[in-house]
Design a protein around this ligand. Structure first.
Ligand code: HEM
Ligand SMILES: *[C@@H]1O[C@H](CO)[C@@H](O)[C@H](O)[C@H]1NC(C)=O
Length: 491
């Protein structure tokens, strides 16, 4: 295994980094660059950052850079000279900057898997248009109607994978759940063979996106590319079926609508389709990639927290039981129920602050930029770390302390651009309401149906770059008997 990694890295250097190195070699940068070192040609400090990431110490790694060089500094990361920024003002600059100055361009390897028309890659008018199409379904007013559907998926999940077991691996199970919720709600693909066929392809694609981009047989990256070529025809079929169903007016009932149907039916003012099929495909893919691991990471950390923290656990249980009491046995959750889960969402927000799923965001300078008295040359990367802001003692006092009261209405709310787990500005996560719905509904069902304890005391995780628990977060679960629940409720 180690050897394989070594060989992969060597190949990576040969095939990817050195060609880029020769492109950059001899290039003169303007005066006024931030302090710091670009380190070894091209490799720079990439391995240091990856190591810090793995150990979940990126905020410390960034802090060291700041101590050494000052608040704005440069490094060489993942093949590009990079300026590292942090703090609310820098976050505001990066998140709200004009797309002609800073773009969201990802390395070409990523668009090979996610497609060149995916929203992350788009800028300016195209980004606005595709984003409007996506949010036409993902916005709260629309999603609200689907709480019962998400809840049904959760109940089925618990019935299939949790009830009747004594021990479960939480993280892989919850990934199955978030995959299924996206399939059902966003793709309109119900349980069955078709869904099962999609799963491995998506998994390979996600692994490919996160892998070192060497396209040789048997590399993770190569597997990701192959998965895309297999997935695209399946998605083309799905789009065709939905278009036929629309034409036959089979879907007169808006309750049967899903994101794909919505993307097919959305039209410009002049009546032409707002998105091409190619755009629909790339954005279906990106929604799955962006929405599946992130939400499952949050839920997994919450399951761990509730096993470890008695005071948070009992406060959540009492909030959730209050809601359970108001429902008939077996009645589905509705939007109104979620609005009552205020404490639970504060706990989730605090979890997103401390264990933020997306720890790094990269942008690319499209022109020389002056920022904070320094020059960021055209073509350089700009790196923002949300963990860095989330762990800043000046913004979140005692930052390592788990304290959901930070998000209380009447408490000193975090200032703008300091809680950035979902990003901010025109590219802020459009899946936030869905993530919230899934998280709250799952917490409700979990704490009202089970109690659990960790099997490995304080099981650790590494970031690859998403947090992964060493044993998938092993817990022992005990079902709460319905009679026990109702006797508790009647107390
Ligand atoms: C707890 C769960 C989630 C977290 C923490 C999260 C976090 C983020 C962050 C930080 C960004 C902005 C990245 C940047 O600006 O560099 C983002 C963008 C995005 N997220 Fe999420 N996300 C979550 C769930 C979801 C879900 C469920 C979906 C699917 C509907 C989704 C779809 C997207 C998309 C499409 C973008 C790109 C938006 C754009 O470029 O305009 N996310 N997310
Ligand atoms: C549990 O959460 C409470 C409330 O946020 C916090 O004060 C306490 O330090 C936490 N306890 C542990 C063991 O993490």
């Amino acid at each position: 295994m180690e050897l394989q990694i070594l060989i992969t890295l060597l190949l990576f250097l040969l095939l990817v980094l050195f060609p880029i190195f020769f492109l950059f070699r001899g290039k003169k940068y303007p005066d006024g660059l931030p302090p710091g070192s670009l380190g070894l040609p091209l490799i720079g400090q990439s391995f240091d950052l990856l190591k810090a990431l793995k150990a979940d110490k990126v905020d410390k790694w960034f802090q060291e850079g700041i101590t050494k060089h000052g608040p704005i500094w440069k490094a060489s990361l993942f093949g590009y000279p990079t300026v590292v920024l942090h703090g609310p003002a820098a976050n505001k600059f990066i998140y709200t900057c004009d797309g002609n100055i800073l773009t969201n361009t990802q390395p070409p390897s990523i668009s090979r898997i996610l497609g060149s028309k995916n929203i992350i890659e788009l800028a300016g008018h195209d980004h606005k248009r595709v984003r409007a199409a996506l949010t036409s379904f993902l916005k709260l007013e629309v999603l609200k109607q689907y709480v019962a559907k998400v809840d049904e998926e959760i109940q089925h999940h618990l019935q299939t994978h949790w009830h009747g077991r004594h021990e479960v691996q939480v993280q892989p199970l919850i990934k199955t759940l978030t995959f299924n919720v996206i399939c059902s709600l966003l793709f309109g693909i119900e349980r069955g063979l078709k869904r099962d066929k999609l799963l491995p392809h998506f998994q390979h694609m996600i692994e490919g996106v996160l892998a070192i981009p060497i396209n040789l047989p048997f590399t993770q990256f190569n597997r990701g590319i192959i998965a895309r070529t297999k997935l695209v025809p399946m998605l083309i079929d799905i789009i065709r079926e939905k278009r036929e169903a629309l034409q036959e007016q089979k879907q007169a009932n808006p309750r049967d609508k899903d994101l794909i149907t919505s993307l097919i039916s959305i039209h410009d003012d002049d009546g032409s389709p707002m998105m091409s099929d190619e755009e629909i495909i790339d954005n279906i893919i990106v929604v799955m990639v962006a929405g599946y691991d992130t939400t499952s990471v949050l839920l997994t950390f919450l399951v761990k927290l509730l096993a470890n923290n008695e005071s948070v656990y009992s406060a959540i249980v009492s909030e959730q039981q209050e809601i359970a009491k108001s429902k008939a046995l077996g009645e589905a959750l509705a939007w109104e129920d979620l609005t009552k889960m205020k404490y639970s969402w504060r706990v989730a927000s605090e979890m997103l602050r401390i264990n933020t799923p997306v720890a790094l965001s990269f942008r690319r300078a499209m022109q020389d930029i002056e920022y904070g008295g320094f020059i960021i040359p055209k073509g350089w990367q700009v790196l923002l770390s949300s963990s860095m802001t989330h762990m800043n003692n000046d913004i979140f006092q005692n930052p390592t302390l788990f304290d959901p009261t930070r998000f209380e209405k009447h408490s000193l709310q975090p200032p703008p651009f300091s809680f950035v787990a979902f990003g901010a500005g025109p590219r802020m996560c459009p899946g936030i309401e869905l993530a919230k719905m899934e998280t709250l509904a799952m917490i409700h069902r979990l704490v009202t149906q089970f109690t659990w304890e960790l099997l490995k005391e304080d099981e650790c995780f590494v970031r690859n770059p998403m947090p992964e628990f060493n044993q998938g977060l092993l817990v022992r679960i005990t079902p709460i008997k319905a009679t026990f629940m109702s006797s508790k409720v009647s107390l």
